[in-house]
Design a protein around this ligand. Structure first.
Ligand SMILES: [Mg+2]
Length: 402
């Protein structure tokens, strides 16, 4: 079998176009995801088998990277996945492109190669990874308010994450009160460079009574010393890794046990080939895996379901299920959350199909949004400069509301 062509499918997967910086450069409000895209990859073969994958990272840039990588792969045998991954890595290494953008491009292709291998052998990807450890994958939803948290619990979710950028302690207390003690809660601080290690520790200690499942990105992931200080000072499990890629990017978090939960993004960490190795590295350090999916679409979610089915240290999968109206229209079969879990797919390969007509009806609008709400990214209208002030009075008031 030989690869004959690589095709990309890019679509807008954000809010209404009026909040996109591409159509309204002066926008000061709107979701952080207003100009978000999903990028799907199709790898064609001379056997008639087509593999499907997805890249996150920064999709419009990643799309160009995927197209530029294609000549390296056309004419190659798609079943030698590790060899082809190395071929792509060798080509990108000299450009310094092994972060989430370069790894994002390799991810979609790698995912499609696993899909091809599974389809060719007539078996699901989880079977290629060693077989099933579990029949269903636990997922968590996102809630910023007690009302939203209650709604998610009503839909069957048993775990909920909330953003920590404004009044995290007060917010968690309200959500805990609303959903009771049987629901797992998590807090994501998003690792902003302006949140100091001392403040992260103060917040972490204040959150300890709520028995969180994890405390995510309490400081910037690049701040390894800060992460170690938070890890040593706070008893809540620490989670990080979504902004890093490949075994080399995630290595220090794991080797130095700076985290209890590793969170590579299934769409930009380097593909299933890298994710399974990261999982094994984590397993050796008693660290569990909870893949990041915050900006990922539904094909990447399928890859995560196969991976988590097969690794022993799978903790939980992030799921933002009503972010985009067409999430459940662009692919089939559509995964359903039942009792807080998604059933592991059973069809050959990844077992997911794309509706290209839906992709075509949602052309990409841009690659950058202007976050307008504090919950989205902490930008305040008219005060972009806030970002450069570490520990400003304004910010500390938001973290530590009276
Ligand atoms: Mg996060």
């Amino acid at each position: 079998m030989k690869i004959t062509a690589i095709e990309t499918l890019l679509m807008h997967a954000g809010g209404p176009p009026t909040t996109s910086i591409a159509t309204n450069p002066t926008a000061q409000s709107g979701s952080v995801w207003a100009a978000r895209n999903w990028l799907f990859v199709k790898v064609h073969t001379d056997a008639g088998i087509v593999g499907i994958g997805e890249c996150s990272g920064w999709p419009r840039i990643v799309e160009t990277a995927v197209r530029d990588l294609a000549p390296l792969l056309v004419g190659q045998d798609p079943t030698h996945i590790e060899r082809l991954w190395g071929r792509m890595m060798g080509a990108m290494m000299g450009h310094g492109m092994l972060g989430t953008v370069g790894a994002g491009a390799m991810t979609g292709i790698d995912m499609a190669l696993w899909d091809i291998k599974g389809k060719a052998l007539g078996t699901p990807v989880w079977n290629l990874l060693g077989g099933k450890v579990r029949e269903r994958i636990r997922v968590y939803g996102h809630a910023g308010t007690p009302e939203r948290a209650r709604e998610l619990v009503g839909r069957g979710f048993t775990a909920i994450k909330t953003g920590g950028l404004s009044n995290p302690v007060e917010r968690v207390a309200a959500i805990r009160e609303a959903v009771g003690d049987d629901v797992d809660l998590m807090v994501d601080m998003h690792g902003p460079p302006w949140l100091t290690t001392k403040d992260a520790i103060l917040l972490g200690r204040a959150l300890e009574p709520f028995k969180l499942l994890f405390f995510e990105d309490p400081v910037a992931p690049e701040n390894r010393n800060g992460l170690k200080r938070v890890q040593d000072a706070v008893t809540i499990p620490i989670a990080a890794g979504e902004r890093l890629a490949t075994i080399w990017g995630e290595r220090e978090l794991i080797e130095q046990e700076l985290v209890d939960v590793i969170q590579p993004d299934t769409g930009r960490a380097g593909g299933i080939t890298q994710m399974r190795k990261i999982a094994a590295m984590a397993e050796a350090h008693f660290i569990s895996m909870a893949p990041h999916s915050g900006s990922l679409g539904p094909v990447g979610e399928y890859a995560a379901l196969h991976l988590l089915a097969a690794i022993p240290n799978a903790l939980i999968l992030e799921r933002i299920e009503d972010d985009v109206a067409v999430r459940d229209q662009v692919i089939w079969p559509v995964p359903k959350v039942v009792d807080g879990h998604i059933e592991v797919p059973d069809r050959p390969g990844l077992g997911v199909e794309i509706d290209e007509a839906i992709v075509a009806r949602h052309p990409s609008l841009g690659n950058v949004s202007v976050p307008g709400h504090p919950d989205d990214g902490a930008y305040e209208p008219g005060s972009w400069d806030e970002h450069v002030y570490v520990q400003s009075r304004f910010r500390r008031q938001r973290y530590f509301a009276p």
